[in-house]
Write a protein that binds this ligand. Sequence first.
Ligand code: 4AD
Ligand code: MG
Length: 432
Amino acid sequence: MEQIQIIDSKKHVGETVTIGAWVANKRSSGKIAFLQLRDGTAFFQGVVVKSEVPEEVFQTAKNLSQETSILVTGEIREDSRSKFGYEIGITNIEVVSESHDYPITPKEHGTDFLMDHRHLWLRSSRQHAVMQIRNEIIRATYEFFNNNQFVKIDPPILTGSAPEGTTDLFETNYFDQKAYLSQSGQLYMEAAAMAFGKVFSFGPTFRAEKSKTRRHLIEFWMIEPEMAFTHQEESLEVQEQYVAFLVQSVLDNCEYALDVLERDKEVLKTYTKLPFPRITYDDAIELLKKNGFDDIEWGDDFGSPHETFIANSFEQPVFILNYPKAIKPFYMKPHPTREDVVICADMIAPEGYGEIIGGSERATDYDFLLEQIKSHGLDEKEYSWYLDLRKYGSVPHSGFGLGLERTVTWISGIDHVREAIPFPRLLNRIYP
Ligand code: 4AD
Ligand code: MG
């Protein structure tokens, strides 16, 4: 008898197999027991018929409590009525370890309670589905960038630089110096682009943001591509191709997870159509004003109602181009004919999910950057290595950062970014 994972059912229809599983739920009558099982790869049904198994097997099945771990043996058969499509006709059950008073019962629980039990909540079918989608997005990210000749480069996590401003830094001691947890690997990726051409990073980033919203995590994962000899327009093309590829990969490989989450696949398909619309910051402000938003002026950053309104006007991911210089980081390339804006773009996801990408063309001029570093109150000495990149063969280059969890939240169609990462770090929450 072979021990398999239920996800491989297709290859084993009609065979008797053994599966290591946990009991998610159970229903039984005097004659038959239906076990809702999960083995880590999927949720599936096990059926125990009293008249077909030894009496003690049926009694074991009837007495199983939620989250008891078992080795279950039986025949794999097709089951067209279930979402999963296969079930197991159980002939034997061996209890591995009993579970009593499992805190997360099939009834509704409040969010705080579930977050306190995140280590167990991860076992539930919706959380499982979201993590499968996250995994697919990670897999597809490597596929996309490998296919397009990007080299994966790992920037440091402990750093001395603050590319995205000094307000939300996590400071730590680095022997007798100050260090920060990385907000973004970008500056290092710029150095890497000058060494390898096209590069991408994929790692954790940290922001001590005091905002408690559906979109903000304190620790989140970012994919940061950087491309030498590349202007903004080509970078936007890479961005839209990458995002469309992620959506298509989830559609192709996560059908079951999308069904568990009741995500509308027809809607997702519309996000694979290229190009994505583009609107300038100026026009976006005008659009908002025309539609009754009197709480925003040219020069302000968008809040989430603004982003949602703009995104809803297009029903696709949309690029907002050329924000005011004053509200963007120091490294962005100035616009050739306008002093007040920079060459940058944010990609706003549809359906109210907000910004998923921030990117720009980078300033290439040494003197301009030095001036910027000073005027942003940054220490020139700490950025001298970065300025070197403009001293020794500076080239036009562009890059962007995609927030993994915001993208998972959007593609999964869930409400809150805290469910898009296994163990979210939130304002005032570092447990479990
Ligand atoms: O727009 P941001 O701040 O851009 C950068 O960090 C650039 N240095 C990236 C680059 O050009 N290499 O962040 C990029 C993305 C955002 O669009 C968002 O998706 C995500 O990172 N993000 C967050 N996700 C979750 N929680 C937070 N607190 C986030 N802050 C940013
Ligand atoms: Mg941003």
